[in-house]
Design a protein around this ligand. Structure first.
Ligand code: ZN
Ligand code: ZN
Ligand code: ZN
Length: 255
């Protein structure tokens, strides 16, 4: 299995429009962060996108994502879904609708946000994304990859993280319910979101993410969904052993 970070920024991306801070003006390529998404390639070849971020087109071109077999959605906030229209290319390339997996609330939001794609009779000529929806109610198998949904708190709402083998991706996390902790045991790699150092009502701070990472005890933890407060080099230097900042394009093989 291989995991590639397509985007590791928060909803504004980094640099942020109109910001002149040191991180937004940084020359370090690891300080350029697209909106949050990962690509998971299963040992059997299945390519699964987690979320269709606002920057999906740029990400696909930069990282050669020329085939996608399915999308797993964590939740329907704009930064995680606005690339949905770009999946039209995957319809053409695969010759069929794209299977998308999400919880019931997220599917309802997607149907509302992209109503033009879910009409009974799709408008002719312009091209709209074609998706086949699957509601996630528990663990399932996707192209040879065992997928376990992991409910997490995102402020007042509960959204989904996903575990695949000994890898788990939990973005937009502000808390982990007690019932989800057993789903995080024995991980090689955990990805956890950490927005910034200042508290936020719907996102872990770096300190909160470190605390959760240490309780989960994965061999390696990568932090994502980072805002412009967190320069890559300076923030990396103060993280405990085994916890690292992710960056766009970071790719790793997992067993
Ligand atoms: Zn900035
Ligand atoms: Zn969100
Ligand atoms: Zn987000």
């Amino acid at each position: 299995m291989r995991v590639t970070f397509l985007g590791t920024g928060t909803s504004h991306g980094v640099p942020m429009i109109g910001c002149r801070c040191a991180v937004c003006r940084s020359d370090d390529p690891r300080d350029k962060r697209w909106r949050p998404s990962i690509l998971v390639e299963g040992a059997g070849g299945a390519r699964v996108l987690v979320d269709t971020a606002t920057d999906l087109r740029a990400q696909a071109l930069a990282f050669g994502v020329d085939r996608v077999d399915a999308v797993l959605y964590t939740h329907a906030h704009a930064d995680h879904v606005l690339g949905f229209d770009e999946t039209r290319r995957y319809n053409v390339l695969s010759g069929g609708p794209l299977p998308i997996f999400a919880d019931g609330a997220t599917l309802a939001d997607l149907r509302r946000t992209f109503a033009y794609a879910f009409q009974e009779r799709a408008p002719q000529g312009g091209g709209v994304p074609q998706a086949r929806t699957f509601q996630v109610e528990g663990p399932f198998c996707l192209g040879g990859v065992d997928v376990v949904p992991v409910p997490i708190f995102h402020g007042p709402r509960t959204i989904l993280g996903y575990r695949m083998g000994r890898f788990a991706y939990l973005t937009d996390c502000s808390g982990i319910p007690e019932s989800s902790w057993p789903l995080l045991s024995g991980l090689d790699v955990l990805v956890l979101s950490a927005l910034r150092d200042r508290p936020h009502p719907t996102h872990f701070t770096v300190a909160q993410a470190i605390e959760a990472a240490q309780r989960a005890g994965a061999r390696r933890t990568f932090l994502t969904h980072l805002c412009h407060d967190l320069g890559h080099a300076a923030t990396s230097a103060r993280l405990p052993a085994g916890i690292e900042l992710a960056f766009d394009g970071l790719s790793m093989a997992l067993t």
